[in-house]
Design a binder for this molecule. Sequence first.
Ligand code: NI
Length: 169
Amino acid sequence: MILKIVKYPEPVLEQPGEPVTEFNGELRKFVADMFETMYASQGIGLAAQQVGVAKRVTVIDLSLGKDPAEKLVLINPEIILSEGRQYEEEGCLSFPEIREKVVRAAKVRVRAQDENGKWFEMDGEELLARAFQHEIDHLDGVLFIFRMSALKRSLNLRKIRKMQSEGIW
Ligand code: NI
């Protein structure tokens, strides 16, 4: 089932997610719906807040659904190591049309649970490292506009207000 993706400034986007404690059929259905929703919007990452649910659940797939081996489910994830620096352009399904360079660590290691509750660790570099950091930020209620410089943020907020006034946001 394709879920509705909420856009900024929907308050749930800035709400930190509750940890998941029950790994049941309902959770697995939610994860499957999140993948379906993300693929329908051509995204590479989606956090639960973006479909209106403040829980620590995110899905990532850099292959856009082409390679099942690239499907990642991260539940209750945390970054346990980060190193280096990268400065690349990011987008976000809750900010259509907005793309901006954001500073991130170049490499990170995440610790997370899968949809059965099993803990695992995984390293990511470059785009995958950015996806991990962007999505885990979402779970903390942190949006990528708050990772931009103050100038870029105000320019983008102005752009959003203009789109809102034109009824295209
Ligand atoms: Ni996002």
